[in-house]
Write a protein that binds this ligand. Structure first.
Ligand SMILES: [Ca+2]
Length: 94
């Protein structure tokens, strides 16, 4: 009786462990997928010209561009007329 109960417990524990593990892994994968989706959406939103143009000047200063993750090297590449600002057209070339 004691042995049966112990086996039952062991089986239950094993079942519980593997089920829980599957559940956690499943949740974890979904969570990671959501995080990936959320961060890619956030990255996409962060490079929206109008959102980065904080002062609404219609052009991005290097500081505004850097908030969108645009490095100074990239900024220099995009600033084709070299006026120190990115117009929407220059930005769209990114
Ligand atoms: Ca420019």
């Amino acid at each position: 009786m004691t042995k049966d109960n112990k086996d039952g417990d062991t089986k239950f524990t094993h079942f519980f462990d593997s089920t829980l593990k599957d559940y956690i892994m499943n949740r974890l994968n979904k969570t990671l997928a959501l995080i990936a989706l959320a961060s890619s959406s956030a990255a996409f939103a962060a490079v929206d010209f109008d959102e980065l143009d904080i002062d609404g000047s219609g052009a991005l200063s290097q500081q505004e561009a850097s908030m969108g993750g645009i490095t100074s090297a990239t900024f220099a590449e995009l600033d084709t007329d070299g006026n120190g600002e990115l117009s929407k057209q220059e930005f769209d070339n990114a």
